[in-house]
Design a protein around this ligand. Structure first.
Ligand code: ADP
Ligand code: SF4
Length: 681
């Protein structure tokens, strides 16, 4: 049963004309499905409602073609034809007794209108963000009037779609905030004083209220601190003043800080509840409910924020993605079952990839409709087959857990004396501690399953596996980092001299650590090169990170960590060198070629750490397959590889791979539904 100290999270809350059944508020978040994949979108939001989120919001919903969000996959309410896809989501949310909210948005500087080719409109004549060769035209009074009409019409359509809460977005990427920011240099009544700059938000709230009518609540999502020094809006100064000015006008305040990268920082750079300092004093200037975010996964933190009067509702995007059933689990006192977000932002990367949302912790995310997966339920077993899973990394753990949930008899064998594979090793690297949650949640769940046996220090070979005589064998034996230099830039092994010792991340994580002048060569481009460089620099070495890419850790643009990574490396004294491809080593020198000029360059060092690519550990697969072909494998007809042992990738892919195997085991016809354009209509 639930601890009474969390009762406060289950008190209903009045939001204007509607009532939220508890204090869990799924803030708007992108998902790569949007209005292109409305059935997938609706199913995902419906599962959040089923999991207990009292309010479930959409992502950005553009109000007019001159505020086109494409190619980002989001929502729109440009005409009545956009109502049915959103009504689908509303129905899915209402089915479980939750309130549906829509985030009305107009991007202004944030978009170049790449699809509609309308001239973007905004506070001032200036370039759009994102380096597109397009400028925004400064709105005159008639443009502002038009915007208010478009907005009201979108609010009316949102009401027709059935939404309960209409959100006026005043986030970094939308127009109301771009007017409020002190960076707005207009000289008319929409610029200059704070009262003038807030005018547009006030008018947008008013037309939303008119469009929504009496039955809909109106909320505002507002940046209270721009994190842009004295040039930007600051919480302690004008931020709180904005709320004070409009205090009772909306029915709820949903508050954010900075840009998306600040609002959703990864766990490498920010802990849970990092925004609380910005919320101080807000409740003193408004009686309306206040929502805030902070990657909340701890029920104690949540209850404390509500009890102390900092927030009225717990806002969450990522924690609701990692565990759509987080509220239900707290309600039922099942705290250890919460699948805590690890703060990796792979979810964010799927928005940039414009593909169905994916999550490291929750492999069912984005697959609810197209594969029929549910985060808490899985089909029962089809037979009494037994399965031997070899390797207890993220792939093996998830596979064993999900097969166990299905009811199969599972044996999980791990060579080491501890579970977790790469997650256990990587969790010791700087800033990656929270990633251990991938292992810990699965180990906790497996411990509850009497039909899953775990054997540590079990380094299984071919004979052991055949002797075990399972009906199916799943290899989750992982991968190892290459030490020959092959990666994205090199297709052939590099000529490496013995004069410059070569290390890999496996060496460093295993305790074989170089010292002195170290070159970390990053041709992997995600986090590993940077965290290895950071670890070595913190230990007092003279570290240079060299990459053939134009930017350090270039993939992390997609996880909103790119700038913070460079800052951190700089703070740790790591020298960063870009555009240099490693071509070999000679004596104690690493040889590079500049990708732009073709010029050769030598760098002297005491050690070279190669972070380039990984090789799957496939020895068991090869040997077992040969035995099956020779009919020397007893009953065994097939072995399968999952995770990094099939093809090395990021941790989310290993978890997904393990889960997919379990879902599709003994199922010859797994579904993969697609949403097609209906030409007949
Ligand atoms: P993945 O990311 O695909 O889960 P990991 O590298 O994290 O891969 O995990 C693979 C795990 O498999 C490691 O913990 C490793 O110790 C274990 N392993 C590898 N070979 C064997 C084997 N022959 N028998 C048992 N365990 C093994
Ligand atoms: Fe959290 Fe990572 Fe899942 Fe995003 S992908 S919700 S950051 S665990």
């Amino acid at each position: 049963m639930r601890d009474p100290r969390f009762d406060i999270l289950f008190q209903p809350l009045q939001i204007g004309p509607v009532v939220a059944r508890n204090r869990f508020y799924q803030t708007p978040h992108c998902n790569g499905m949007g209005n292109l994949r409305p059935q997938a979108h609706a199913a995902m939001r419906g599962i959040k409602a089923e999991g207990g989120w009292a309010v479930v919001n959409t992502e950005h919903c553009s109000v007019h073609p001159s505020g086109d969000l494409m190619p980002e996959v989001l929502q729109m309410l440009w005409d009545d034809g956009d109502i049915p896809p959103l009504a689908l989501m509303v129905e899915a949310v209402h089915e479980h007794g939750s309130l549906a909210g829509v985030q009305l948005a107009y991007p202004a500087y944030y978009n170049a209108n790449r699809m509609t080719r309308d001239v973007p409109l905004g506070p001032m004549d200036r370039p759009v963000s994102g380096h597109h060769p397009v400028q925004v035209r400064a709105m005159d009074k008639s443009d502002i009037k038009a915007l208010l009409c478009w907005w009201k019409a979108a609010a009316q359509r949102a009401r027709k779609a059935g939404f309960d809460i209409l959100n006026v977005d005043s986030n970094f990427s939308t127009i109301a905030f771009q007017f409020i920011s002190p960076r707005n240099q207009r000289t008319d009544e929409y610029g200059g004083s704070l009262k003038n700059r807030v005018r547009l938000l006030k008018e947008l709230i008013e037309v939303t209220r008119e469009g929504g009518g009496d039955a809909c609540a109106v909320s505002v999502r507002l940046i209270i601190d721009e994190l842009f020094g004295t040039e930007g809006l600051r919480a302690a100064a004008e931020g709180i003043e904005v709320i004070g000015m409009l205090a009772e006008l909306p029915d709820l305040w949903d508050l954010v800080v900075g840009t998306w990268a600040d609002d959703s920082p990864t766990s490498r750079f920010a802990a849970e509840n990092d925004h609380e300092p910005f919320m101080a004093g807000i409740k003193a200037v408004t009686t309306k409910p206040v929502v805030g975010v902070g990657r909340f996964t701890s029920p104690d933190t949540m209850a404390s924020l509500v009890r102390r009067g900092v927030l009225d509702m717990i806002g969450a995007a990522r924690p609701s993605i990692a565990d759509p059933f987080l509220p239900k689990k707290i309600e039922e006192g099942r705290y250890e079952d919460i699948r805590e977000c690890i703060g990796c932002n792979i979810c964010v990367s799927s928005h940039f990839a414009m593909t169905n949302l994916r999550c490291t912790q929750n492999p069912t995310m984005g697959e609810e409709w197209r594969r029929g997966w549910h985060p808490e339920r899985i089909a029962g077993k089809s037979s009494n087959a037994t399965v031997l899973v070899i390797g207890g990394g993220p792939a093996g753990l998830e596979c064993a857990r999900a097969l166990g949930e299905r009811g199969y008899g599972v044996t999980l064998a791990e060579r080491e004396s501890r579970l977790g594979g790469r997650v256990t090793l990587e969790g010791e690297l700087p800033g990656l501690r929270e990633w251990l949650r991938v292992r810990d949640w699965r180990v906790t769940q497996i411990d509850k399953l009497a039909n899953v046996g775990v054997y540590l220090e079990s380094d299984l070979g071919v004979a052991d596996i055949l002797e075990f005589d399972a009906d199916a064998v799943v290899l989750a034996t992982g991968s190892q980092w290459r030490r020959d230099g092959i990666g994205r830039a090199a297709f052939k092994p590099l000529a490496l001299s013995s004069g410059l010792p070569v290390f890999t991340p496996d060496d460093v994580m295993g305790g074989n650590i170089p010292s002195g002048r170290i070159i970390v060569y990053d041709d992997d481009h995600y986090y590993m090169g940077a965290v290895i460089a950071e670890k070595l620099a913190v230990a007092g070495n003279d570290v240079t990170l060299v990459t053939p890419a134009a930017d350090v850790s270039s993939f992390t643009v997609n996880t909103l960590e790119n700038i913070r990574t460079a800052k951190r490396l700089h703070e740790r004294g790591v020298v960063m060198v870009t555009h240099k491809a490693l071509v070999g080593t000679q004596d104690d020198q690493a040889l590079f070629v500049d990708a732009r000029t073709g010029a050769a360059e030598h760098r002297e060092a005491d050690a070279l750490v190669l972070v380039t690519a990984r090789l799957p550990r496939t020895e068991l697969f090869t040997a077992l397959t040969a035995r099956i072909e020779e009919r020397q494998a007893g009953r065994l007809r097939r072995v399968s590889c999952i995770g990094d042992c099939e093809a090395p990738a990021a941790i989310f892919a290993a978890v997904y791979s393990g889960h997919r195997f379990a879902q599709e085991f003994e199922n010859d016809d797994p579904i993969l539904r697609r949403e097609r354009i209906n030409l007949a209509a």
